[in-house]
Design a protein around this ligand. Structure first.
Ligand code: SF4
Length: 449
């Protein structure tokens, strides 16, 4: 098959926000080559699964998803199945050997090879296109921007921190920042397409610019993005605690457009465990940072990530973690069970925790974190917030849905609004909403004219 124009492509995206962006680059590149991006598997000629592969549970989800989609190859019009992303980057040979259903494995940061790969697999070849030492930045010239008022802006890739439990540095390589110029261009294109909220992402955005050696850093990037008129919200995600400087805090308090919201993965609180995780700080250091942040930014919302069941975690370490969670009172917390990942230092540590104990500790922390979040959410009843409208005419009798500055996309719930057909409620509009009640992580709100 010479011509691949009009070939119908389905992109299935798993994993984190960085994969969402990577998928949009691949879709954008293929659209520019006149291939069609479609949304139904039964209509696809080629299915690309952009996988996640950094912990066991994510790997299993990727394999299950690929096997499910094989159905469309066996009984449908689908002619080729391509595995892309982190699982393909980490296990290319194993995937090709153990999954005959897969026609190609394409590693990360390769949006601009998919037209050639698709042509070759449709000509019956089986392809492996993986760079074992990724050192480039994703080709972001073309991005398929969907009509959401919120978008992620990936400012860097890779990581140099080598936390002992984490496989990401082995999958995505060393820390690499995109230039401020390319990021401003990308942000301007997003804004031209109706985006109002830009969420900055990377493995650790506080380290932005360290590799550029031209004075660029997160503050200078923020100052450039703040000059783009139509950006209403800039949200900072994935900040390692040691990188939160007074200058950054000042920049947040000085600029209304920077949301009073920070996603800071603390992971644990026991000094012994944090040392074994090869992470900066102790629970005490973290509480000091949190109290400084809350003094400077009183209505700050903090999301964190916590790992339970790390090798060697004693009952005492776990108790320290529980009291940290209770004292820190995070607005939102992602809780993960430790996953033994080959190539990582912690995989070789002694005293790995049993699955049963990991689940028990997960349930404990999850319950505590939920009760704290729900209590905080209830304290916001009768308060009025600016809501970014993201959906109109929703299910469940609500007219539309949106988020307040305290809610990051996809992870922190939303605001469900009864509007009585108020015309101001259009996707991308900001509307004053009074919180009337809460339902777990969601708020129920009413127009507050
Ligand atoms: S900061 Fe640590 S946990 Fe995060 S990507 Fe880097 S090595 Fe992994």
């Amino acid at each position: 098959m010479n011509q691949i124009q009009n070939i119908k492509i389905l992109m299935v995206t798993l994993g984190c926000a960085k994969n969402t962006v990577e998928s949009e680059y691949i879709e954008g590149y293929l659209k520019n080559k006149n291939l069609k991006i479609i949304s139904e598997p039964q209509d696809a000629d080629v299915i690309i699964v952009n996988t996640c592969g950094f912990i066991e549970i994510a790997k299993q989800e990727a394999i299950d998803t690929i096997l499910e989609l094989t159905e469309y190859k066996n009984n449908g019009r689908c002619k080729a199945l391509i595995a892309a992303g982190c699982l393909a980057q980490r296990y290319p040979d194993e995937l090709l050997k153990e999954m005959p259903e897969i026609d190609a494995v394409v590693g990360i940061l390769k949006a601009d090879v998919f037209d050639v790969v698709i042509k070759e697999v449709l000509n019956g070849k089986r392809i492996k296109n993986v760079d074992s030492n990724p050192s480039t930045i994703s080709p972001s010239e073309f991005r398929n921007i969907n009509k959401n008022p919120s978008a992620y802006l990936q400012i860097s890739d890779g990581c140099n921190n080598f936390c002992s439990f984490c496989a990401i540095p082995f999958i995505r390589g060393r820390y690499r920042s995109k230039s401020i110029e390319s990021l401003v261009n990308e942000a301007e294109t997003l804004v031209k397409n109706g985006v109002k909220e830009i969420c900055l992402i990377g493995q650790d955005i506080t380290k932005y610019g360290i590799d550029l050696n031209n004075g660029s850093n997160l503050i200078s990037l923020l100052n450039s993005l703040l000059k783009i008129p139509k950006i209403e919200w800039i949200r900072l995600l994935y900040l390692q605690p040691e990188g939160i400087s007074d200058e950054l805090i000042q920049s947040i308090t000085d600029n209304e457009k920077i949301c009073n919201y920070l996603d800071i993965p603390f992971q644990h609180a026991s000094p012994k465990i944090l040392k074994m995780m090869k992470r900066w700080g102790t629970g005490k250091d973290y509480l000091a940072l949190i109290s400084k942040l809350r003094k400077k930014i009183p209505d700050l919302a903090i999301r964190t990530s916590i790992i339970v069941g790390f090798p060697g975690e004693t009952e005492g370490d776990f108790k320290e973690l529980v009291s940290f969670i209770k004292e820190a009172e995070f607005d939102y917390a992602g809780i993960f069970q430790y996953s033994k990942e080959e190539d990582t230092a912690a995989a070789l540590y002694p005293n790995h925790t049993t699955a049963k104990l990991k689940q028990y500790r997960y349930d404990q922390i999850r319950a505590i974190a939920d009760s704290i979040s729900f209590k905080i959410n209830e304290s916001l009843i009768n308060k009025t917030f600016n809501v970014l409208i993201e959906k109109v005419s929703c299910e469940g009798g609500f007219d539309c849905e949106g988020r307040i500055f305290r809610q990051a996309p996809e992870v922190d719930g939303s605001v469900l609004i009864k509007s009585f057909k108020d015309k101001s409620l259009k996707i991308g509009n900001f509307v004053k909403i009074k919180i009337k009640s809460t339902e777990n992580y969601d708020f129920l709100g009413e127009i507050n004219a």
